[in-house]
Design a protein around this ligand. Structure first.
Ligand SMILES: [Cu+2]
Length: 166
C-alpha cells in the first residue's frame, strides 16, 4: 500500500524530472517520455509522458511497440475502494482537443510486457506510439531511477507488477 502512496506523491515531483525530448505528430505534442528503471529479472516496465492535443479533433493512443519488450499495452491505474488496480484500456486513451493527458505513476501509463532486457537508469530506448489519427510516432524513453519511488519500494516494480491484478 505504502508504495502506491509514494507513487502518487512522486507524480507531482516528476512533472519535469530532466530535460528529455519533445515530439510532434500532427496536432499532438508528446513531452518527455520516460520509463522507470526495473530490477533484474522484471517481466514488465512502465512508461510515462504527457500528450497534448493542440488540434480541434480528438485523437486516441491505440497502441505501440518497443524493441525491449514483446508487447505493449496502455493501462490505467486507479483506486477502487482503497485497492489500487490496474486495467488495460482496450479502446486506447483519448486525448481531447486542447487537453494534455499525463501518463504518470499512479495513473495512465504504457506498459512494456515481456521485457527482453533490464531497464537501467540513464539509458534510453526507442519506441513507437500508434495514434488513431496522427499515426505512428517514433519516440525515445529516458530511463529514470527506480529509487525515486522511495525506500519502501523494496525491489519490486513500482507498479506492483508481479502481484497486481490486471
Ligand atoms: Cu500497467
Amino acid at each position: 500500500m505504502f508504495r502506491f502512496i509514494c507513487a502518487a506523491a512522486l507524480a507531482v515531483t516528476l512533472v519535469s524530472p530532466t530535460l528529455a525530448a519533445d515530439y510532434t505528430a500532427g496536432s499532438l505534442k508528446i513531452s518527455q517520455p520516460w520509463a522507470r528503471a526495473t530490477p533484474k529479472g522484471a517481466q514488465v516496465g512502465g512508461g510515462y509522458m504527457s500528450i497534448t492535443n493542440t488540434g480541434s479533433a480528438p485523437d486516441r493512443l491505440v497502441g505501440g511497440s518497443t524493441g525491449i519488450s514483446s508487447s505493449f499495452e496502455i493501462h490505467e491505474m486507479s483506486m477502487d475502494g482503497g485497492v489500487m488496480r490496474m486495467r488495460m484500456l482496450k479502446d486506447g486513451l483519448v486525448i481531447k482537443p486542447g487537453e494534455t493527458v499525463m501518463l504518470r505513476p499512479g495513473g495512465y501509463h504504457v506498459m512494456f510486457m515481456g521485457l527482453k532486457q533490464q531497464l537501467k537508469q540513464g539509458e534510453t530506448f526507442k519506441s513507437t506510439l500508434q495514434f488513431e489519427k496522427a499515426g505512428k510516432v517514433d519516440i525515445e524513453y529516458k530511463i529514470e531511477s527506480f529509487a525515486e519511488v522511495g525506500p519502501a519500494s523494496n525491489g519490486s516494480s513500482g507498479h506492483g507488477s508481479t502481484n497486481m491484478k490486471h
